[in-house]
Structures are given as C-alpha cells and as structure tokens.
Design a protein around this ligand. Structure first.
Ligand code: PEP
Ligand code: MG
Length: 898
C-alpha cells in the first residue's frame, strides 16, 4: 500500500531531509529534526502526491488516506498523552502547508483545530486558564471561517468585506466600546461573548454553521490547505519564482504547542546567522506570552534574541538570553547542531510552552545578496563547506544588490504599489517625476533627484536619461532603447509599463487609480519592475568594501572557462567594466557614439543626405570624432580584444524628430525644414527593425564602412606607434548572406592595406560578423569560410526567430506570461529550444569549417545566468554583457562549470 502519511515525533520519523519532493521542505525538515534529537511537537506530513491526486481526481483524496491519518493521530495522542476530540484531555493540532520550495505566506494555515464546545471545558480544566482557551477558540473561528469556509469554498466576497474583516471589525468595535487598546485587554467574558457573535455572523454571512466536530474541522482544514495551493497569491508567486504548479504542496498536521500560556511561555523566530549582514551571530526576535502570528503581524514590537544583537531600538527591552537563560542555551546548542548538520544558515521557528522549548520549523534561511556572499565565503573558511559549494550558494543575480542601491525591504513592504512593468535596469531609485529629457536635466542641474517618465525613449532623450535617477517607460521590451541604455549605465529602469498613461501637456501621469503630477515623488524597484508612490528608503551600494565579494569573485575566476567581455561604447564604460573584471569588449555599438548632442546632428545629416557627395562630406565630418572615440576605447582596453561593430542604427531611432528638432537641424545643415521633412518621409520605414540597417547600410553607402574602418585602423596604428598594443576586431552587423559579408570585408581589407601603406605600422586586427538572423545560422559554414569570428546578436536573433518585434513585445508579453504561452521573456533569457537550436547549429557549422573560429555572444542574454550555462554547454569562447552585469556573468560562468 502506498504511504500517503509520514509520521514524526518522539525522536523518530518516517521521513528525512532528502525527501523534500515528497514531504515538502517543512515536512522533510521536521522529520530530520527528530532524527537529530531535537524537541519537535509530534505530527504527520501528508505528501505532495496527495495534493497531485487531489487535483487530478476532481478534488478527492486517495481512499487509504483517512486510515493512515487516523493511525498517525493515534501516535500523536500516545506521545502527547491527550486525545483528539477527547472531552477531558483534548489534543489540538495545527494544519500547515509546506511545498518543495518555500513559498512564505503564500498558502494557508489553520491553528487550534480540535477545539469545540465539547472539548473547551476539558482544556480549561487542564490549563486552568479559561481566557487562554477562549482566545484560542476565537482565533480558530476567525481563521477557519476565513480559510476553510470562505476562501477554500471559493466564496468571493466584495473587497474589504471578507468574513475575516467582518469578524475583526466586530472585535475592534467591542474593544473601542470597552476602551481597550490591545487584544490582550479582552477578558474571558469578552471572548466568550465574541465567539458567539462570531458564530452568528458566520452563519448569517456564509450560510453555514461553524463546525463543532473535531474531525470535520481537521478534514476541512486539510482540504483548505491543499486548496490554497491554487489560491491567487500562491499562483502568482509560483509564476514569479518559476515553480511548477504540478509539484503540489504537502500538508503538515502537528500537535499544537502554545507560546501564550503565560509569562513562562513565548514564541520566536531566529536565523543561525544574520540574514541582512551575513555575520555569524545568532539573530532573532521573540515575544513572551504570544502566538507565532503575533510576531509576524508586528502588532507588538518583538524582543531581541540576545544581548549581542541588540540595536538602538531594542536596547531597553529584555532579550531571551536574559529572560530565559536555560532555554536560550538550549537554543544556541540547536543552532550549532543545525548549522553543522545542514551546512547552511537556517531560519527557525520555536515556541516555549510553560518553560519547555519546542522546535516548529527549520529551513535554509532567505538572505540578501551581501549576506549570501559573506556566509558562503565564511562557511568555506570555517571548513563547513568547500569553495565549489560556496560558489553555488550565491545566486548571481544577488550580486546586483552590491552593485546598485536597493530598496530597504521593510520600507518596501509598507509602500503603496501603483504600477508594474518589465525589470529592465536593476536597483532602487527615488525621485520626483518629470516628463521630458530637458526637464530631467534642468531639475538635476539644480540639485533635484528626478525620475524620467516617457512613452518610450529615443537617442534624443539621452541627456535626460543620464541626469535621471531612473527611467520609466510605458512601452518597450527588455531590449528597447531605454532598457539597453539604462542597463549599460547600471541605472534603474522599468519599461513596458502598460499601467501608466502619460499626459505630457498636463504634465501628469495616471498609474491605475493614482494620478501624479510633475514633481511628485515616486520610488522604483527596477529589479522586480515595481513602482511605488512617495519615497521608500534606499540602501546604498559599495562592492569594493565587501571583502568576501572579492574573495568569491577570485574563486569564480579560478574555475570558469568562459571569458567575460563587456558591451561598452565609451572609455568610461570600458574602464568601469574592467573594474568589474571584464576581459575585453564584445560589442562596441558605434551608433551609440553619436548619442551625444554635438554629434547627433552629424549622423542625422549623414542619414538624411540626398546624394553620394553630400553623404561623403557628412561622413567625413564624423571621421575625426570616430577616430578619437576608437583611440579612447582601444587605449583603455590595451591588449584586451575590442570588438567594434560597424554602424547599425535602426533609422527610426535617429530620425523621429519634433518640429523644433527639425528646425535646429535645418539651421545646422543649412537646409529648408520642408526638405528635411520630405527626406524623413522618404526614409520612413514600416518595420525599421527589419529595415535599412546593419550591413545593408554599408552596402548601400560603402563610404560609411570605409570611414569607420579607417577610423578604427588609423586609431590602432597610432596607438601601436605610441607603444600601446591593441587588438581591434571589426564586426559586420546583421549579415544574412555570405555575399553580404564578402562585400563589406573587401572594403575593410582595402582600407587596411591603405592605412598600412600610409602609416607603415603593423598590428593585428580581425574581421568577423554578428550572427543575428536565422539565415546566418543556417549558412554559418559558408560565412565561416571568411569570417574570423562570430558573435551571436541574440537580441535580433530572438526577434527574427520568433517574429516578435523587440520594441513592441511589451504590449502582449504580459498576456503570454500570464497564460503560460511563454514561460519567460525570451529577450531576457535565451529561448534554448528555438533560438538555442539555431545557435548550436551555427556553432557546429562554423567550427566544422574553421575549428579555430572564435565565438561569443553579445546580445542581452550574455549577462543572464541561465543563458550563460547554455553558452558554456555549446562551446562558446566568451559572453559579453553590460558593465554592471560583468560580476554576475563571472559567477554564473563559474557555476556553469560546477
Ligand atoms: C543583438 O541584436 O543581439 C545585438 C547585440 O545588437 P543590437 O542590440 O544593437 O541590435
Ligand atoms: Mg542586433
């Protein structure tokens, strides 16, 4: 017969810590704590298979479950010396969820199950405390009505009129009437009266009686917890955390122990190390005469666990160490025991009932980035784990927390969420809202912190984007202009925020029901794409002061095989990236070099030129700028390879102009505004992302390719002459056919010959291509005949493989994710099944022709840990990402080897 029920208690257990898939994290660890000889209230775990059965079989349980559960209850009764439903000496149980992966607060709990009008007298007799018993009863009624009778039965109350709110309101009114300030002021008579009023309210509102039968309560509770696996909160959480819904939750039924039985009782939570700093100090909070929910609810300020971790807010309240030294000593032994056993920081819950310590839970504790790094490195130094395990312990994304200011978690929890979008640039930011780039710069210059809100951004906005603390756009996807630019700077940015509607004329924006005016404060969490009203506290960043961060990075570099390069367009970004550990530039987008106000005119002039000679003169105007740029960047990088991509501007990014801008441009180039408008309209493209860009531009206007190669090669020659060795790699963009590559390569090689003749300086350079079109992947063997390197431009490759416009995906992606049509945004993490297949094929075809072919990736995926694993598995030589993602890529590349 299949085991659906796993018992634990009295130092024995059917399960163990390695059975998380079947017993959930909580159940597996309760079993394990029994094996470790720790005091755990006895109970049993109903397996996750039962949850799967429940959902697969029309919300029914397997036949054997009842018998197995009853047998387990018998064992609990034996250990506790009490009986479930026994009128003289009743046993009460808790019913809690427990999934494979912790989903804190996302599912339901029912406590004090087994209290009925029949068992109440027995418990009063046993505890000699009728106030305690009636308080437990009113808690049971409130929880049960809410969780079992309302939520699990899918009764959908109007907002704020759920049964729990109604009962709370009744209790609050009674407290006001009696002029009580806290729940503890309620006397047993008050509570006796309240439970009767509660029952009547439940019957009136829900049309059902609160059950007065312990078995009915038990199975109602178990069902409700399984039901909460598919509650809205749990479903949303799973979507965010990528937890499969097939896993199901386990249910733990466990003997109740009470922390609210008087001053010798207490309840608390603790971490075996500090989860905010990583320090190896036992850290936690407790409350005397209270139940677990009181600590979490934050109604009373909890006391500190020990003297060592007191803060200025808690220095005058008594610690557990002082109040109950014996118990504290036991708890510290358990702390050491647990850490040695699990070799990781544990988050524990405990209850002290009448001077006796009980452990209710242990699990790997959640920690912030800085703490995760410190703990991993410390534990390796202590010999608790090895270096490889230490490297695995830190989620690469957590490094972001050291690299950007982040929102203070506690303040964020209290903040009012007003909009959600795509998390394009990580970190937190607080600022006053403005709607134009000019205002952003103006306000910034007068010392204000601003957040720039735009429908979408264009190169025209660059100065305002730079001045702003953060950027918020209504449109755009993870590889839109705003996203790329912000990420390059490590700036907080949220894009594709469909919830916002901007009225630039009125200088206001609506976000859901909230209307905000220019100058109003907002806060953004770019790591998760959330926007809040007002100011939320920020925690500043400074990775270099973090000793353990440097150690962990050193360990990562020892192990990883993939090289890490960066996408950088300026010497400043390049220097930043080197600081973060970049080993080369994988993509220098030359069109980004023209974002600067003084240059954007020149590139517009070139794009709008009507004939070859006009274009030639515009192009030649750009030559000195370009040479200077390349000198700067090549000099900064020295011997490190620098991949410079020839011009690839999607035209709309440069010629979407306002009347004023057309006026300025007309003046600058001495043309009539109407002429310029005509030319813009001639150049208008329906699909600029698939239009006249990439090598198509250099093919139509070879003078551009000539000028750019000359600028690169002359800069390289000059630096070589000055004794600085450099290593430029010239990259031809958006190649779809071998012949396109040959056409552009010929121009570059010809210029190289000329430069060599003119300067008489020899240096190494290579010519390669981006692979960003499916056709390039399919014909990679042909291209590899001539190309010296491949760099996968997975932004465009994703766009062209799916046929999703990278700029417009924001309008439909949320639906795709909500309805699980896509499991994730393919512009953020590589679509291994489709785009990945093309990449694998191109690598094989390319290396088949040229085994030495250097291959990298420079799309945004180059900084995504899951995609980095794919790159390693497919034999790429390097990944290239924005400077602020370099440390993340270094760690992810090391993890890819483990
Ligand atoms: C790409 O397409 O992946 C790429 C890196 O180029 P861009 O984003 O500039 O089009
Ligand atoms: Mg591209």
């Amino acid at each position: 017969m299949k085991n659906y029920v796993y018992f634990f208690g009295g130092g024995k257990a059917d399960g163990s810590a390695d059975m998380k898939n079947l017993l959930g994290g909580k159940g597996a660890n309760l079993a394990e704590m029994n094996h470790l000889g720790m005091p755990v209230p006895p109970g049993f775990t109903i397996t996750t298979e039962v949850c799967q059965h429940y959902y697969n079989c029309n919300q029914n349980f397997p036949d054997e479950l009842g018998t197995q559960a009853n047998k387990a209850i018998g064992k609990i009764e034996e250990i506790m010396g009490a009986g479930f439903g026994n009128t003289d000496n009743p046993l009460l149980v808790s019913i809690r969820s427990g999934a494979r992966q912790s989903m804190p607060g996302m599912m339901e709990t029912v406590l004090n199950v087994g209290l009925t009008t029949h068992t109440i007298p027995g418990l009063i007799h046993k505890t000699n405390n009728d106030r305690f018993v009636y308080d437990a009863y009113r808690r049971l009624i409130m929880m049960y009505a809410d969780v079992v009778m309302e939520k699990a039965s899918r009764k959908e109350p109007e907002e704020d009129s759920g049964i729990r709110q109604r009962l709370e309101k009744i209790m609050e009114e009674h407290k006001t009437e009696k002029q009580y300030t806290t729940d503890t002021d309620l006397t047993s008579d008050d509570l006796k009266m309240l439970v009767n009023v509660f029952k009547k309210e439940i019957s009136d509102v829900l049309g059902e009686e609160f059950p007065d039968n312990p078995t009915e309560q038990l199975w109602g509770g178990i069902k409700a917890v399984f039901q909460s696996w598919n509650g809205t909160r749990a479903v949303n959480y799973r979507r965010i955390e990528n937890i499969p819904s097939e896993w199901g939750t386990a249910v733990n039924v466990q003997s109740m122990v009470f922390g609210n039985m008087g001053e010798d009782s207490a309840t608390g939570v603790a971490f075996t190390r500090n989860p905010a700093t990583g320090e190896s100090k036992f850290f936690g909070e407790w409350l005397s005469n209270a139940q677990g929910e009181d600590v979490v609810a934050g109604i009373r300020t909890p006391n500190p666990l020990n003297e060592d971790t007191k803060t200025k807010d808690t220095k005058n309240i008594i610690s557990l160490e002082m109040a109950m030294p014996n118990i504290y000593k036991k708890l510290t032994d358990i702390r050491i025991n647990l850490e040695n056993h699990y070799t990781d920081m544990q988050d524990i819950e405990f209850t002290i009932q009448k001077g006796r310590l009980w452990m209710l839970q242990t699990r790997a504790g959640k920690r912030n980035g800085a703490a995760a790094i410190k703990m991993a490195v410390d534990m390796a130094s202590e010999g608790l784990i090895n270096k490889r395990t230490a490297l695995k312990r830190v989620n690469p994304e957590q490094l972001d927390e050291l690299l950007h200011p982040m929102l203070d978690l506690k303040s964020e929890k209290r903040a009012t969420l007003i909009a959600k979008g795509l998390p394009a640039g990580p970190g937190g930011a607080v600022g006053k809202i403005v709607f134009t780039a000019d205002d952003a710069e103006l306000w910034h210059n007068r010392g204000e912190k601003v957040i720039l809100i735009r429908e979408e951004t264009s190169p025209e906005d660059i100065h305002g984007m730079h001045a702003a603390e953060a950027i918020l756009t209504a449109k755009g996807g993870m590889t839109s202009h705003a996203a790329l630019v912000a990420r390059g700077w490590g700036k907080c940015c949220i894009v594709g925020c469909g919830d916002i509607h901007i009225n630039t004329k009125k200088r206001e924006v609506s976000m859901g029901k909230t209307i905000l005016k220019e100058g109003d404060w907002i806060t953004m969490n770019g790591t998760i794409g959330k926007v809040y009203t007002g100011k939320v506290e920020l925690i500043p960043s400074d990775p270099d002061t973090h000793v353990e961060y440097r150690t962990l990075m050193k360990w990562a570099d020892e192990i990883r095989q993939l090289k890490i390069r960066t996408n950088a367009d300026t010497p400043k970004d390049a220097a930043q990236a080197i600081n973060f550990g970049a080993e080369g530039i994988g993509l220098c987008r030359t069109e980004h070099m023209f974002f600067d106000e003084s240059r954007i005119m020149a590139i517009r002039k070139m794009i709008l030129a009507e004939n070859k000679s006009e274009r030639q003169s515009a192009v030649m105007e750009l030559l000195p700028f370009q040479k200077e740029d390349f000198r700067g960047i090549l000099k900064e990088m020295g011997e490190k390879p620098v991949t410079i991509r020839l011009l690839d501007p999607p035209l709309h990014e440069f010629i979407t102009l306002t009347e004023d801008q057309i006026g300025d441009l007309a003046e600058h180039i001495g043309q009539n505004p109407s002429n310029i408008k005509k030319r813009i309209s001639n150049l208008h493209e329906l699909n600029p992302m698939l239009g006249h860009r990439g090598c198509r531009l250099g093919i139509a206007y070879p003078e551009i390719t000539q000028m750019q190669s000359r600028a690169i090669l002359e800069a390289a020659a000059e630096l070589t002459k000055e004794g600085i060795s450099v290593s430029p790699e010239i990259m031809i963009p958006l190649v779809g056919t071998f012949t396109e590559f040959l056409d552009q390569e010929a121009i570059i090689r010809k210029v190289a010959k000329e430069v060599l003749k003119e300067t008489k300086v020899e240096f190494n350079y290579t010519v390669g291509t981006m692979i960003e079109l499916p056709r390039a992947c399919l014909t990679a063997d042909e291209i590899a005949e001539s190309a010296e390197f491949f760099s996968f431009g997975t932004n465009d490759l994703t766009q062209t493989t799916y046929g999703f416009s990278r700029d417009d995906i924001g309008s439909f992606l949320p639906d795709y994710l909500d309805r699980k049509i896509l499991s994730h945004d393919p512009f953020q993490s590589l679509d291994v099944a489709g785009v990945g297949k093309l990449i694998s094929m191109a690598v094989k075809l390319g290396r088949g022709v040229n085994p030495e072919l250097k291959i990298g990736i420079c799309g945004e995926h180059g900084g995504d840990p899951a995609s980095i694993q794919f790159c390693k598995d497919n034999g790429l030589d390097y990944v290239s990402c924005s400077p602020f993602r370099v440390p993340i890529a270094r760690l992810a590349a090391a993890q890819a080897e483990l």
